[in-house]
Design a protein around this ligand. Structure first.
Ligand code: CP3
Length: 325
């Protein structure tokens, strides 16, 4: 069903999966996480397989997304990183420490997990990577930053140096994604989560161009997500991806009119609506379901990831509601 929708030929109800469907809002995830570091979990094939499958059993979603992180590409760039409790991602090395690694060694755990998942799953498996601009921003800022000041200072002051860094990340990302594709993922999603920090002019140069290079070198159905995709959707459409994953700001129906019918649209419920009553959740979901009714290229999703304290009951309710539509 998801693959049909990705090819804009789905004749049934829209498929649904949710960004961050494998995460802390699930008590089962928190139990598996107890006493372990995230880095340890992302590097253990058995854990990757187990956590990837968790939301399938619990929610009955129509696709699995690999349990990994956009930072794992640093394994192929020789950059050390960690996730700190209450802080989030922390990158220990600076950009001048990049040392390209053999991808088959760097990503061996992910490759092994995908191979095993493909033997066990009954729904499509999505692989993913961060888009180079967003990955670069973690490398430059060292962790979380709200305005990406250092990244933007660099790109405005030294566009050539910044482009060189993006090129290095792009090469590693292509290798990482091709490892995932060869191991068997059915489609891939690129996350340019911080694209909304840029104006449309810089977006074209520093987000779109690296994504274009990746799509050229990785020949596989690709979904493109950015925070900012409701504004940048026509730009993203120029790359002719299989799908655009739309953030929660925009009106999906209006965006549909700006985008060729050959490109699927995924989105775009505001994840925070899942804190509201079931009645309100149904109302928000119905607005999307009615608006996109009979669209053969509609994939139901959120406009950004699930948050750790969203009630799991409400997430289950949403998925049931869409499955019954
Ligand atoms: O969607 C899924 O369920 C698949 C797994 C997945 C994770 N991260 C696991 C994870 C995916 C697709 C990501 C992508 C990711 N990671 C993005 C792009 C999507 C987005 O949200 O914009 C970004 C920017 C990151 C970077 C990252 N990783 C942050 C900012 C954090 C800390 C914030 C947070 O939510 O805790 C992480 C850690 C992380 N990656 C967790 C998970 C499940 C939290 C796990 C935990 O603390 O146990």
């Amino acid at each position: 069903m998801l693959l049909d929708a990705l090819h804009c030929r789905n004749k049934k109800r829209p498929p649904i999966w949710l960004m961050r469907q494998a995460g802390r809002y699930l008590p089962e995830y928190r139990a598996l996480r107890e006493g372990r570091t995230l880095l340890d979990m992302f590097h253990d094939p058995k854990t990757i397989v187990e956590v990837t499958k968790l939301p399938l059993d619990i929610l009955q979603v129509d696709a699995a997304i690999l349990f990994s992180d956009i930072l794992t590409v640093f394994d192929g760039l020789g950059i050390r990183y960690d996730f700190q409790e209450g802080v989030g991602p922390v990158v220990q090395d600076s950009p001048d420490r990049i040392e390209m690694q053999d991808p088959h060694v760097a990503y061996v755990n992910v490759i092994e997990a995908i191979e095993q998942l493909k033997e066990e799953l009954e729904v499509p498996l999505l692989g993913f990577a961060g888009a180079p601009f967003t990955v670069a921003s973690y490398l430059i800022e060292g962790g979380s930053s709200r305005d990406l000041k250092k990244t933007k200072q660099w790109l405005f002051r030294d566009p050539e140096g910044f482009t060189k860094l993006l090129d290095q990340i792009t090469v590693a990302t292509i290798e990482y994604l091709n490892c995932q594709v060869r191991a068997g993922v059915d489609a891939i999603q690129l996350f340019d989560s911080w694209a909304n920090a840029l104006s449309i002019y810089e977006f074209r140069t520093y987000c779109l161009e690296p994504m274009r290079k990746i799509m050229k070198a990785v020949d596989h159905p690709t979904l493109l997500f950015c925070r900012g995709s409701s504004l940048f959707a026509p730009e993203l459409a120029k790359l002719q991806p299989a799908a655009i994953s739309v953030d929660w700001s925009g009106d999906l129906l209006a965006i549909r009119d700006q985008i060729p019918r050959s490109i699927a649209l995924q989105g775009n419920l505001d994840p925070m609506l899942l804190y509201a009553s079931k009645e309100k959740i149904a109302e928000g979901a119905d607005r999307l379901l009615f608006g996109m009714k009979d669209d053969p290229g509609f994939i139901f999703n959120l406009g950004h990831g699930l948050l750790p304290d969203i009630p799991v009951e409400n997430v289950k309710f949403l998925v049931d509601h869409v499955r019954r539509s």
